[in-house]
Design a protein around this ligand. Structure first.
Ligand code: ATP
Ligand code: MG
Length: 301
């Protein structure tokens, strides 16, 4: 289908499912020899890193676009910048940079006159052009050889991806992103868009009241879900959660998900989570949820 929405309450494996789905798509595209052109995106760097880590665990060759400083330390080796440093053409780029700085030094030292000066200016523009050309070649080569590209929604609009389009674009945590950000990733999709999210969780953060009033807090995911003319397929909700203690799951399940949320892990899995605060009674220490009224304790609470 050109458009698919995957919805699931917290901890139901949306991100895990997304990673497995992407691996299947990679296998399928490679078999069809259509080239493995899949773009995986999310609003925040943290969410993109989660996807990237999941994909790498599944053996997918993923390339991370974005500032290395915004990427978690363990995943920096997957960034375009880190991979570019390892690329065979990198030595050529460095040689050209050195040559460029030598010409600049000579020029700025004032020792060159007349024709020599003119030649130096010509060499500078030639070196700059070569460096840009090599850098573009490296970028294109790395992107073409990756099975999957991972980027933030805004990162999908960066220069490195300017000339790239993708058969499939997958957006995780789509319900937390504003529409304009989703559109940056969406414009890269040639054939298929998969959006993953949960309209019952946090909407996009919008601090500007005027923008909020004009509807920026409605995500594209929400808009599609609520518009039968735009999206008229049945939505399949992931229903089994693997994160919460069953007793903690009860309230959100009944409050937001018509009581449909189920537990993937038995109570016994959580029994080791015992609170050790000395002021708690024995039974309180074993309780999975404990609400403490601190209103009488003032600032010490
Ligand atoms: N099919 C599964 N079997 C067992 N554990 C699973 C399964 N799917 C996911 N998990 C585990 O459940 C936890 C939550 O998974 P995941 O992060 O994919 O959920 P999510 O729906 O993306 O959560 P969030 O709403 O916070 O984004 C992870 O620890 C993951 O390993
Ligand atoms: Mg997730």
């Amino acid at each position: 289908a050109p458009l698919s929405l995957i919805q699931g309450p917290p901890g139901t494996g949306k991100t895990t499912t997304t990673c497995h789905l992407v691996r299947r798509l990679v296998e399928k595209h490679c078999q069809d020899s259509r080239g493995c052109n899949i773009l995986v995106a999310a609003d925040s760097n943290v969410a993109v890193d989660q996807l990237l880590a999941g994909l790498i665990r599944l053996g997918v060759k993923a390339l991370r676009i974005g500032f290395p400083s915004k990427v978690s330390q363990e995943l920096r080796a997957q960034t375009l910048q880190a991979q570019a440093e390892e690329h065979p053409l990198n030595s050529k780029i460095e040689e050209t940079r050195e040559a460029l700085s030598k010409v600049k030094d000579a020029l700025y030292s004032g020792s060159l006159k007349g024709k020599g000066k003119g030649l130096a200016h010509r060499d500078i523009s030639l070196h700059v052009r070569d460096i840009q050309k090599y850098e573009q070649e490296v970028t294109d080569d790395l992107i073409a050889n990756a099975e999957v590209i991972c980027a933030t929604l805004v990162g999908c609009g960066c220069d490195a991806l300017l000339r790239s389009n993708f058969h499939t674009v997958v957006i995780d945590e789509a319900s937390q992103a504003t529409e304009p950000r989703c559109l940056i990733a969406l414009q890269k999709a040639q054939a298929q868009l998969v959006m993953v999210g949960d309209q019952q969780q946090l909407p996009p953060v919008v601090l500007c009241p005027a923008a909020e009033e004009k509807g920026l807090r409605c995500s594209l995911f929400d808009r599609l879900l609520n518009s039968p003319t735009l999206f008229n397929q049945e939505i399949n909700m992931l229903q089994v959660q693997y994160r919460m203690h069953p007793l903690i799951r009860e309230w959100p399940s009944s409050q937001f998900y018509d009581g449909r949320l189920q537990d993937g892990l038995p109570m016994s899995t959580f029994s080791s989570c015992v609170m050790t605060k000395p002021f708690l009674s024995k039974s309180q220490r074993k309780a999975p949820i404990l609400l403490l009224d601190t209103s009488d304790d003032g600032s010490e609470a």
